[in-house]
Design a protein around this ligand. Structure first.
Ligand code: CP3
Length: 343
């Protein structure tokens, strides 16, 4: 098996710098559209054979060094009792947002095998298919990011309702965070038991919080999850998006690997994180539109800077955009492999 990804997570020597791409299975791939045209996004997530099929697409097409389970962070909110729908233009909609204690009381901490068994079934299928190829990454949303969807009822720009609850009813907010955290812990444990070989926690909206609010309302729950998952023995990756102002705090998450977005310079991250944490990132997703010679220079600069880290996993600084030409994604993967090959 190509285990460069797992080795880099642990800070061990590697034959080349491993790369995978956030959102690598998705709408920029014509092969994804082919499968997706036959069913809704949620149906796709809930049909293990199909979820496994699209998970494998970027492994076959791009040659990435890790697969990430095809699913969505929001399925946990559905499992907790929220009504989840994905609408074509609008993105995710949660029809019954959490705004008061009664809304919170209605949410359950589900048995993951009962409510999210389709995820574990997809993981088991994938481990068989990937056996001699690359490792499989499982994932969840971070409690703060999930709380924004639960409270806003969908995507948001200003996070008015979320921050309003934090500031005017912190007990209710912490109660929601506790429930999401408990759910996330059992969910990630079940993923590891089913065969996920690394776990990533996506905190897509962490960057909208001040360092003080991040420390008080978000970080302690990530720390709880990571502490609870350590006995599972798989590398734990925490990706807080837009985290330049939060580096010293994310350092204390307990994660083996910290994802950084493109707004952070790798040497700065290494200086803050110290010698015990591996780094994942951090090419600007829109840089994939650059001509190849300019793109290659940026890739080379990131690889060079990553050399000083305990371990470096190449990735984009956030998810790949649907407008990206697939051949550019392939160019990035090939270039990372070519430039980082150790003799
Ligand atoms: O990375 C992968 O290849 C695995 C699959 C994956 C998806 N979503 C598939 C998806 C992962 C890891 C996610 C995580 C996710 N989902 C996050 C965190 C990562 C990030 O990008 O910050 C968030 C915030 C979500 C919530 C979500 N899901 C939104 C806001 C949307 C709608 C906007 C959009 O991009 O379409 C989704 C839908 C979604 N999740 C799609 C895919 C492939 C598109 C669905 C479709 O129409 O086919």
């Amino acid at each position: 098996m190509n285990d460069t990804f797992l080795k880099a997570c642990r800070g061990e020597a590697v034959s080349h710098t491993p790369i995978w791409i956030m959102r690598q299975a998705g709408r920029y791939l014509p092969d994804y559209h082919k499968v997706r045209s036959q069913m809704s996004f949620l149906e796709l997530c809930k049909t293990p054979e199909k979820a496994a099929e699209v998970t494998l697409q970027p492994v076959d097409i791009l040659g990435v060094d890790a697969a990430i389970l095809f699913s969505d962070i929001l399925v946990t909110l559905e499992a907790m009792g929220m009504d989840l729908d994905f609408q074509e233009k609008q993105g995710p909609v949660l029809a019954n947002p959490v705004r008061c204690q009664a809304d919170l009381d209605r949410l359950i901490v589900p048995d993951p095998m009962e409510k999210l068994g389709y995820v574990m079934a997809a993981i088991q299928l994938l481990r068989k298919e990937l056996a001699t190829r690359v490792p499989l990454i499982g994932f969840s949303g971070a409690p703060f990011t999930l709380s924004t969807y639960a409270i806003e009822g969908g995507s948001s720009k200003a996070f008015w309702n979320t921050k309003k609850m934090m500031y005017t009813n912190p007990e209710l907010y912490h109660g929601l965070m506790r429930k999401i955290t408990d759910c996330t812990i059992t969910y990630l444990q079940a993923q590891a038991e089913a065969g996920a070989q690394a776990l990533q926690i996506f905190d897509s909206w962490a960057g909208v919080l001040s360092p003080g609010d991040f420390a008080e309302f978000a970080l302690p729950y990530v720390q709880d999850i990571i502490k609870a998952l350590q006995p599972a023995g798989v590398p734990l990756i925490y990706f807080a998006n837009n985290c330049a102002g939060l580096l010293d705090l994310t350092k204390t998450s307990g994660a083996d690997v910290l994802g950084i977005d493109w707004r952070v310079d790798i040497p700065t991250a290494i200086k803050v994180f110290g010698p015990d944490i591996a780094i994942q990132g951090n090419l600007d997703p829109i840089a994939l539109l650059l001509p190849e010679d300019k793109l290659e220079k940026r890739i080379a600069a990131i690889l060079e800077r990553g050399k000083a880290a305990k371990g470096h996993i190449f990735n984009l600084g956030h998810g790949i955009l649907p407008e990206t030409p697939p051949e550019k994604a392939k160019f990035v993967v090939d270039t990372v492999h070519r430039l980082s090959k150790r003799s």
